[in-house]
Each structure stands twice: as structure tokens, then as C-alpha cells.
Design a protein around this ligand. Structure first.
Ligand code: ATP
Length: 332
């Protein structure tokens, strides 16, 4: 079986980690046809847009995308590619598994958390305006529809993956209406899944509890902004951003990308850790129901880490992106 997948190399370290992921996917023996499409700051000059229509059309056609990080030109009128992509395709669920990997130096052992982040609203609706000079307003949108949908996703995910507990994270003590509505939707969904324990935690306390002992947590359910912040926090439990994969899932399309950004400080130097995108590619294989190949890719990453001979600089080694890709591919 051959799969046609949209490949967005993106900006900064994007092209380097994307070609590493393609190298590893090729090693699985599964036939992929890559539809390479532009997005990000690098697309602007040639295509006049950070998210050209052809890229969106390609994802709509193929239903599946693998995406490197994209930068957004700061201080211009351009919206973030990720925000635009997630909203336009209604990729409402952002799934970010965070699990301890062998051989990676970290303060914690036995972390196994899944972050489920609502991807389309909250403060990412882009509704900001100047009220009067010196006063700006940024509007947080929370809807019953989006909150119910993401809560259903989190509980369904927990049910199908044998997860025991969903913790909704909020600030409803301050944002009584918006976060209050989010919580109401989570509570209503929780009663339909009696086999999954449901609890709630205020976001600031949740951050402290996570840092004290992340192993106590299972599935975290968050609106957009808290999800963004807490998933970076969680990435720190397993060795940093170079290790954290992610998926953006909608009713029709799915785009797989690492949690990290375009890391301009190390771009073009063959220094980036490709594992986060490689692990995102493994999530893509699961999505395509190529579970055996997905397990082989994850096993290969674990093998390279456990051996500890070839590591990128962020993990204390000196191996290059391409060397890591080859080492993983050799074990797939
Ligand atoms: P964004 O706002 O797009 O999320 P950011 O500026 O918050 O981006 P990143 O671009 O993810 O953050 O980079 C944060 C730090 O992590 C940088 O020092 C970068 O070099 C490092 N980093 C990010 N991704 C990787 C990676 N794959 N390998 C090694 N280091 C990385």
C-alpha cells in the first residue's frame, strides 16, 4: 500500500528534521509519495503567503501531513502558520504524548503523560484590538461546541488507550464564565465515561504539582493557551523539546509535527535533534494504522538512546542530525 502525504519542511531546522523523518519512514519499507509544500517565513518570498492555498489544498487532498516547524515573521500582519492551519482545517485536537525515554538525562523517571490541548480557540482566536492608545484588548473565546468536542476526544482517547484518569486544567476561579464553561463541558462528558477517573486542577497549582511529581498524572485536558504552556513544561520532563512529538487531529485531516519551534539559533548546522519529528512520524504511522511500523520506529529511537553512543548536542552528545537519522533508520 502506498500513502500520499503532504510534507511541509518549514523554516529553520525544519528541512533538516523533516528529511531525517523521511529517511526513517523510508526505512520502514512502507511506500510514501511525498507532496512537498511550502509554509512559514520561507514561503513568503516565493508564494506571497506564509500558508499558500496550494499547501492547504494538498493537505485536504491527502488528508495527512507531516510538518516541520514554521516561523512567523514578528511584527508583521501575518498570523501564525500553525494557528491558521489548525483553524482553517479545524484540526481541533492537539495530542502530545510525553513519556520518559531510556538513556535521556532528566530529573524524573517513569513519566507517562498525554497532553490533550484544544487547538482552535481561547486566546488564539486572534481577536485583539486597541481600545484607546495605550490600552489593548485580547479576547478569549470559549465555546460549548469546541470544549465538548475536545473533552470527548480526551475521554475517547483514554478509553481506547487504556488510560485511567483525565485531569481538566483551568483557571475557573478567575475566569468564571470562560473556563467555567470549559469545565462544565468536561464534567458533562466525564459522566459518560465512568471507567475513567475525572478530576480538575487550577493551572498554576497543576504546574507546581507537575514539577513536584509528574508521574502522578495521566491525561491532561486543557484549553489552547494552558495546553501550549503546559506541554512545553511537560517536554522538559523527558529531555526537552527535541524529544516531544505531537499530532493535530481534525474530523477529516491530520497533521503531525513536533512540539518545538524552528530553532533559528541552530538552523542549518546539522545540530537539531530529529527525534521529536521522527516520533511524530511514528504517531502518523499509527494514524495510518501501520501500528507495527510505528512500534519499530519508536523501538529504533529507544534503541539509539539506550545505546547512548550517538546523541545530538541537546542530549549531551555531538552527533549531527543526519547521523542520528541514519542510526535510527538502521534499527528500524
Ligand atoms: P516557537 O515560538 O516557534 O515555539 P520558540 O522560540 O519557543 O519557538 P524553539 O524554536 O522551539 O522555541 O526553540 C527553543 C530552544 O530549544 C532553542 O534554544 C532551540 O535551539 C532548542 N530546540 C528546539 N528544538 C530543538 C531540536 N529539535 N533539537 C535541539 N534543540 C532544539
Amino acid at each position: 500500500m502506498s500513502y500520499r502525504v503532504t510534507l511541509i519542511p518549514g523554516d529553520g531546522i525544519g528541512p533538516e528534521v523533516a528529511s531525517a523523518a523521511v529517511r526513517v519512514l523510508t526505512a520502514t519499507g512502507i511506500d510514501f509519495e511525498w507532496d512537498v509544500e511550502p509554509a512559514g517565513a520561507s514561503a513568503l518570498a516565493e508564494h506571497g503567503s506564509v500558508l499558500p492555498p496550494r499547501t492547504l489544498e494538498s493537505i485536504r487532498r491527502n488528508k495527512v501531513g507531516l510538518k516541520g516547524p514554521t516561523g512567523t515573521p514578528v511584527g508583521t500582519g501575518h498570523r501564525s502558520v500553525n494557528v491558521e492551519l489548525r483553524k482553517t482545517l479545524d484540526l481541533y485536537a492537539n495530542l502530545r504524548p510525553v513519556a520518559t525515554l531510556p538513556g535521556v538525562k532528566s530529573r524524573y523517571d517513569g513519566v507517562d503523560i498525554v497532553v490533550v490541548r484544544e487547538n482552535t480557540e481561547s486566546l488564539y482566536s486572534g481577536l485583539e484590538h486597541v481600545v484607546v492608545p495605550g490600552v489593548v484588548e485580547s479576547i478569549k473565546i470559549i465555546t460549548e461546541k469546541a470544549s465538548t468536542r475536545i473533552a470527548r476526544f480526551a475521554f475517547d482517547y483514554s478509553r481506547t488507550h487504556g488510560r485511567k484518569r483525565v485531569t481538566a486544567i483551568h483557571k475557573a476561579n478567575i475566569m468564571k464564565l470562560s473556563d467555567g464553561l470549559f469545565l462544565d463541558c468536561c464534567r458533562r462528558m466525564a459522566v459518560q465515561y465512568p471507567e475513567v477517573t475525572y478530576d480538575e486542577m487550577i493551572v498554576d497549582n497543576a504546574c507546581m504539582q507537575l514539577v513536584l511529581d509528574p508521574t502522578r498524572f495521566d491525561v491532561l485536558l486543557l484549553e489552547n493557551l494552558y495546553g501550549d504552556i503546559v506541554s512545553d513544561l511537560c517536554a522538559g520532563f523527558i529531555g526537552g523539546l527535541g524529544m516531544a512529538p505531537g499530532a493535530n487531529l481534525g474530523a477529516n485531516e491530520a497533521v503531525f509535527e513536533a512540539v518545538h519551534g524552528s530553532a533559528p539559533d541552530i538552523a542549518g548546522k546539522n545540530m537539531a535533534n530529529p527525534m521529536a519529528l521522527v516520533l511524530s512520524a511514528a504517531m502518523m504511522l499509527d494514524h495510518l494504522e501501520e501500528h507495527a511500523a510505528a512500534d519499530r520506529v519508536r523501538g529504533a529511537v529507544r534503541g539509539v538512546l539506550a545505546e547512548g553512543r550517538k546523541l545530538t548536542r541537546d542530549l549531551g552528545g555531538s552527533a549531527g542530525t543526519t547521523e542520528i537519522a541514519e542510526a535510527i533508520a538502521a534499527r528500524v
